[in-house]
Design a protein around this ligand. Structure first.
Ligand SMILES: [Zn+2]
Length: 112
């Protein structure tokens, strides 16, 4: 009887039909895939990145880069993930929120 490696176990729950590798297992409240590994719960995108690319530098977060085509926090495609600092991650999130808010604001301005 063969034991599945961690990566094989993860891959049985990945939907790779699109560019994003979407985790079809359970999601945390903020939309990230998670999986039990031993006694701990790990974020799946970080695990996949570590297994396929290498260790994530200490203290860095993985940004799901929308500019590279990523559409979901449940995505585990290492080609969509970039290790960034918390500050950079926050800066990008704020910039994307501003971009999304633009059409709404210009509609308001036009109505005023
Ligand atoms: Zn993606």
């Amino acid at each position: 009887m063969s034991r599945l490696t961690l990566l094989e176990r993860i891959e049985t729950h990945l939907d790779k039909t699109g560019d994003c590798w979407l985790w079809t297992g359970s999601l945390s409240h903020n939309g990230y895939g998670h999986i039990h590994v031993g006694r701990t719960v790990a974020r799946v995108h970080r695990l996949v990145y570590t297994l396929l690319v290498g260790p994530i530098p200490r203290g860095l977060h993985l940004d799901h880069v929308e500019e590279w085509g990523c559409t979901s926090r449940a995505c585990c495609n290492p080609n969509h993930l970039e290790p960034v600092t918390q500050a950079e991650n926050n800066r990008r999130a704020a910039a994307r929120r501003r971009l999304r808010a633009l059409p709404a604001r210009s509609t308001l301005a036009a109505a005023a």
